[in-house]
Design a protein around this ligand. Structure first.
Ligand SMILES: Cc1ncc(COP(=O)(O)O)c(C=O)c1O
Length: 390
């Protein structure tokens, strides 16, 4: 009986291929045959100097988590939100929210965190790909064709931002027809004044927050859904009890209360991001966009530059459309020095044969010891996205 059920389930399951993300250090280590501890991982937008996690009390490990431990109140106060639901990373909400609506037309950014598009499509909705992430420019001309609009603010990797007033206008137009505006604010903690959190008691406005980026706590898997009570109840029912572990709730509550750390971190990330933009520009890689946690560089030479850095044990995230690279922040002076020399030095590590085959490129072009110098390899396209789909 069980076997038959499984068989039926298997034959009806259509699993989309997993999407590519930054942070796959083990994969890079195997490809380039460089041990994991030797890498400088700049492939994510995670704060490398995250909130210092204290010892977690034994009860947090041993007891079932309880929802009246103050986490919800602390987070609501920190974000300035009327009410919220903790989830196991905002990814959990990204995957579950599409099932709470009848299939409709959903606007998603062409360039942006692609898990949104995949989740809505998987749930049977029709995707409307929005160049620049906006429904017909800042005036939202295409909005009236949509049931749901997904905005990543600021966008990852482009760094594009939308003002509170523009987003509230778009929300009002969608909500008047029973639509939703879903705003992913995973990178908003550095600029809390630009958040829509205070308005999330408005029906049809949903904001996602994450502890993974600014707090540097990606491993603990904590995020929040800021929305009206009925939507939170529906999502909670779908995700089930104990969505967050006891240690995750404990750590999240303390991190969200630590306003001195938050203030100091906003300032230090601003400085670090400006430093990164300057360092890249000095080497001819003028950022096209960015946030306090990463810089994004459009260049047709992205594959060659990524490979050349990887051969020196420096991992950056590459995107194909548009051809671009995202650089996260180095965590210490050694990392900054390594990135600087990596951008201008020839590769130190020999390439892995397996990787040559995987990418299907001629060894001579990308892997010979006569690798192109940065000046010849990178012809950055400062401030433009010529010839790319955006
Ligand atoms: C824009 C954006 N939203 C959401 C997420 C998911 O983050 P988490 O599930 O760790 O909260 C990511 C992760 O990279 C992201 O880049």
């Amino acid at each position: 009986m069980i076997a038959r059920r499984l068989h039926t389930a298997e034959s009806s399951v259509r699993t989309p291929p997993p999407l590519e993300h930054g942070g796959r250090l083990r994969e890079a280590a195997a490809r380039y045959r460089i041990p994991v501890p030797d890498w400088l991982d700049l492939s994510t937008g995670i704060n490398p100097d995250g909130w210092p996690v204290p010892e977690v009390p034994g009860t947090a490990w041993a007891r079932l988590p309880e929802e009246d431990d103050g986490l919800e109140e602390t987070a609501a106060l920190c974000y300035g939100a009327p009410g919220l639901l903790p989830v196991a990373g905002s990814q959990a909400a990204i995957q579950a929210l599409p099932d709470l609506r009848m299939p409709g037309r959903v606007g998603v950014p062409t360039v942006g965190y692609q898990e949104h598009a995949q989740a809505w499509q998987r749930a049977g909705h029709t995707l409307v790909r929005l160049a620049d992430g906006a429904p017909g420019g800042d005036h939202g001309a295409g909005l009236d064709d949509l049931d749901v609009l997904v905005v990543i603010n600021p966008n990852n990797p482009t760094g594009r931002r939308w003002s509170v007033s523009t987003l509230l206008d778009w929300h009002a137009r969608l909500a008047a027809r029973g639509g939703w505006l879903l705003v992913d604010e995973a990178f908003m903690d550095t600029t809390p004044r630009d958040s829509l959190a205070p308005y999330t008691d408005r029906p049809g406005l949903i904001v996602l927050r994450s502890l993974g980026k600014f707090y540097g706590l990606a491993g603990v898997r904590v995020g929040f859904v800021l929305a009206t009570a009925d939507l939170r109840v529906a999502l909670h029912a779908r995700l089930g009890p104990w969505a967050l572990s006891g240690p995750a709730r404990h750590v999240a509550r303390l991190a969200l209360t630590d306003s001195p750390w938050q203030e100091a971190t906003r300032a230090s990330l601003r400085r670090a991001s400006a430093r990164l933009a300057g360092l890249l520009s000095d080497d001819g890689l003028v950022p096209t966009g960015g946030t306090e946690l990463f810089q994004w560089v459009c260049t047709l030479e992205a594959p060659a530059i990524q490979d050349r850095l990887a051969r020196q044990g420096i991992l950056v995230r590459r995107f194909d459309a548009p051809s671009s690279l995202r650089f996260g922040l180095p965590g210490d002076e050694a990392g900054w020095a390594r990135l600087k020399s990596g951008l201008c030095c020839p590769a130190l590590y020999p390439p892995a044969d397996a990787f040559r085959q995987a990418v299907g490129e001629t060894p001579d072009r990308y892997f010979s010891s006569a690798a192109p110098t940065l000046a010849s390899a990178s012809a950055p396209v400062p401030g433009t996205l010529t010839g790319v789909s955006r």
